[in-house]
Design a protein around this ligand. Structure first.
Ligand code: CDT
Length: 311
């Protein structure tokens, strides 16, 4: 039986602070129509897809930021997405800010099956940035203020005939993210991101190097775990703050097979053969045969760097 998943990476252009959820969902529906027209059966949208990248805005009163969070999913604003995806028989993944009934805040991504059931939920583990206003930065990145680190680990799910996992933006820079899913046999990882084109703390670093680091991380994660990765940007200038595009579909050899060329709403569609993951998993990255966990203890027993003793 064929294990082809035709994936649409649905990049979103900028979302301004004043834009409503309804206006964003209308754009997402338009991308969904394009994806369906190109034969996609699974559509992936970015991190925090429903709003501007609000962690750049400082709210002294933390509770004011609850405006950016969803208390239930689906809800009135997002139900049209679920309904249209069901109508087209499309699987779907998107990110949003989640406020749980008991008051916890997470940067979350979901996997939704063809019938509109949420089969998977992931909460971002690696939160970049800072918790307090930082006057030294060119702009704020307050993820540590508004979110708690995810509490669900890096699970994978049997989904659309394969094994699927999710991670979010900064997670891609940490090899542990992909390896934990690789150890569960992951065959496709979805990854939404919002990455500023410039470094708030290093004025000389422009978008070229930042896109290079993005690709380096995503391609390495795919290759070293022999998995497809679908990395989807929110891009363009949000209220004057640029985010880069470079949404990617990467094959299990780590090669980019599709990449966006704009910083606007744009769709990439690619037929991904999940069986293409097998060769790498059965040879150079056959974990069972080749991993040497007796030497990896520091990975889970130590957070920061421990230097060797001085001579
Ligand atoms: N959204 C997100 O995680 N962005 C970060 C920016 C890093 S700079 C604070 C990223 O890793 O792309």
């Amino acid at each position: 039986m064929s294990r082809i998943v035709t994936v649409a990476a649905a990049q979103l252009g900028p979302i301004q602070k004043a834009d409503s959820r309804q206006a964003v969902v209308a754009r997402m529906l338009d991308l969904m129509e394009q994806a369906q027209g190109k034969g996609a059966d699974f559509i992936v949208y970015p991190e925090l897809a429903l709003t501007t990248f609000f962690p750049r805005w400082y709210h002294e009163d933390r509770a004011e930021a609850d405006f950016w969070f969803e208390k239930e999913m689906p809800n009135a604003a997002t139900r049209p997405l679920f309904e249209r995806a069901i109508q087209h028989g499309l699987g779907m993944s998107f990110g949003y800010a989640e406020l749980t009934p008991d008051g916890h805040h997470f940067n979350t991504s979901i996997l939704v099956d063809r019938k509109g059931t949420i089969t998977g939920k992931y909460r971002k583990v690696h939160l970049p940035g800072h918790a307090e206003y930082d006057k030294e930065r060119a702009f704020q990145h307050l993820e540590k203020r508004y979110f708690e680190p995810g509490d669900l680990g890096f699970p994978v799910w049997r989904f659309m005939g394969g094994i699927f996992g999710m991670c979010i933006c900064n997670d891609r820079r940490w090899p542990e993210t992909f390896r934990i899913m690789g150890l569960q046999g992951v065959e496709m990882v979805t990854l939404g991101f919002n990455t500023p084109s410039v470094n708030a703390q290093k004025a000389v670093e422009g978008s070229h190097r930042r896109v290079f680091h993005h690709k380096l991380s995503v391609q390495a994660g795919a290759y070293q775990n022999s998995t497809w990765v679908v990395a989807v940007a929110k891009a363009g200038a949000e209220d004057g703050h640029p985010l880069f595009g470079a949404s990617l579909i990467v094959n299990p050899d780590g090669e980019v097979v599709a990449e966006t060329t704009t910083e606007s709403d744009e769709i990439l569609v690619h037929r991904c053969d999940l069986d293409a993951t097998r060769f790498g998993k059965e040879t150079i990255f056959d974990f069972e045969r080749h991993r040497r966990i007796e030497h990896y203890g520091r990975i889970t027993s130590q957070v920061g760097v421990t230097l060797p003793p001085e001579a």
